[in-house]
Design a binder for this molecule. Structure first.
Ligand SMILES: Nc1ncnc2c1ncn2[C@@H]1O[C@H](COP(=O)(O)OP(=O)(O)OP(=O)(O)O)[C@@H](O)[C@H]1O
Length: 469
């Protein structure tokens, strides 16, 4: 191997000869020489090194590339590294392991070999500043063959960053956001609605949801197809979002389904309280602040705002009003009203800003689907309408399995017959199956459920008779 001065002289020589003979060189001969020159450099210096520093500029925010590489290496190559460092990363539900200093791991991508080294530079503080500790600058160094440079810098690094991001999503703590009206002395006008969050840890899953199995399968397929269709949505020119309308009587599992959806797709939830939103502009700001991979839920949308009445109110505004009445109305609005309109909400669902961030579900829940403005729930906005209804026998079987790990019992037949004869919500069935004292067991709970079903049945027939009279 040559040292650097020898190589320098060699290169200078080659360039001098090339310059002298340039006029006689044909294009083909020039290309050939260039190729041999590259081969020579590759032979002499076969590897290239790329470094990724932990901090770039800002000492408080770790570089995204560094964090992605750390996650990727911890998930893929930990068995090769002899020592691992445990890092607690903000908003991550588990510790992230990464290579210890000066450890090396190898990786392979499309037949190419890559070597990663974890390293650090220590910048010693001059004695004058002995009160300051030495500055450590960590970095990862990637080493690969020079001839693989293009594939490594384009395809491989993109792959590492994507994988790192996927791991981050899988290991992150998911959040449940709610919007609050920020308190302010300046009154309603200067209020700004903000998201605040807590960690989302709801245990509901599609396995624990009690509902018609065919319907459940259909919803599951729809959600999984959606989450895997990034390229498809791009190809057809639609923003990557999907709307679900969940409707049915109280206690049939609408909120439980939203939680199950979030758990299935590992999304965050934004629980949007429309009555706390000042106006359409405020709504837009809130939407822009939501992140990708999330569900935006508006529960009981029929109660949220008088969306159809809002249009009427706006027309009324144009008429002349007594100044005092106007002032009172204004004050009333300041205290509790919201100026979100139906068109504002429609823009929220399918306006241009709704494409920001992407990969989002919008879910409305309601007990009274017939009360909603058809424009709000037409197909294309709310792509899937899901009715959650009273407990059927299959739904009861799921609950019996959840609460008592029961697959069959001699009382199941009676319960099945009674569920066909009377309406009881899954919430009420669950309440009967719930263990409430040490004496409770599967059989006592099933008997309790039968008694409740019989009571509900006789109450329904008495009510029907009263209605006839
Ligand atoms: N389909 C279901 N599967 C499993 N559990 C259910 C189901 N429906 C209701 N439950 C139980 O009843 C409780 C209340 O259900 P949930 O809040 O999901 O109903 P909801 O339809 O959203 O009611 P509301 O319309 O009043 O908001 C849940 O915590 C859950 O334990």
């Amino acid at each position: 191997m040559m040292d650097i001065t020898q190589l320098g002289s060699l290169m200078a020589g080659v360039m001098f000869i090339a310059a002298v003979f340039q006029q006689w060189l044909t294009e083909e001969l020039g290309d050939l020489l260039r190729r041999y020159f590259h081969k020579l450099v590759n032979y002499l210096f076969p590897d290239i090194h790329i470094t990724f520093h932990e901090y770039q500029g800002d000492r408080f925010e770790r570089s995204k590339a560094y964090v992605a590489i750390e996650r990727y290496l911890s998930a893929n190559s930990t068995d090769q590294a002899k020592r691992l460092k445990a890092n607690v990363i903000k908003d991550c539900k588990s510790v992230v392991l990464s290579m210890d200093d000066y450890e090396q791991v190898t990786d392979e991508f499309k037949g190419r070999h890559i070597r990663w080294t974890s390293s650090k530079n220590i910048i010693r503080q001059p004695p004058l500043f002995s009160y300051r500790s030495d500055d450590e600058k960590r970095f990862y160094k990637l080493t690969c063959n020079r001839k693989d440079r293009d594939i490594i810098t384009k395809d491989y690094l993109q792959y590492v960053f994507d994988e790192g991001e996927d791991i981050a999503i899988k290991t992150r703590q998911r959040k449940l956001y709610t919007n609050n009206k920020a308190e302010s002395d300046g009154g309603w006008r200067s209020m700004r609605t903000m998201w605040s969050h807590i960690v989302f840890e709801h245990p509901s899953t599609f396995d624990t949801l009690a509902m018609d199995p065919k319907k459940k399968e259909e919803i599951l397929n729809d959600l999984i197809t959606f989450s895997e269709s990034k390229d498809y949505y791009k190809k057809v020119g639609k923003s990557w979002k999907r709307g679900y309308l969940l409707y049915g009587p109280p206690g049939t599992g609408k909120s439980s389904m939203v939680a199950a959806m979030a758990n299935l797709l590992e999304y965050d939830i934004y629980d949007l309280e429309l009555t706390s939103v000042k106006d359409n502009t405020d709504l837009r700001k809130l939407l822009i602040e939501t992140s990708s991979k999330s569900i935006i839920v508006i529960e009981d949308i029929d109660c949220s705002l008088d969306l159809t009445g809002q249009r009427k109110k706006n027309n009324d505004k144009k008429e002349e009003k007594d100044p005092l009445a106007k002032k009172m109305e204004e004050k009333d609005k300041d205290n509790k009203g919201s100026e979100v309109t139906l068109s504002g909400l429609l823009n929220f669902i399918d306006g241009l800003w709704s494409a920001c961030g992407s990969e989002r579900l919008i879910v409305f829940t309601t007990n009274y689907v017939e009360k909603l403005d058809p424009a709000l729930i037409r197909r294309g906005r709310m792509d899937m309408h899901i009715e959650l209804s009273y407990c059927c026998f299959e739904a009861f079987q799921v609950l019996a399995k959840n609460y008592w790990n029961l697959e069959s019992h001699e009382l199941f037949a009676t319960i099945g017959r009674l569920l066909e004869e009377t309406n009881m919500t899954p919430a009420d069935v669950a309440e009967n199956l719930m263990r409430k004292s040490k004496e409770d067991n599967a059989e006592t709970c099933l008997i309790k459920l039968i008694k409740s079903l019989e009571d509900a049945k006789s109450k329904a027939s008495t009510d029907a008779k009263v209605g006839e009279d």
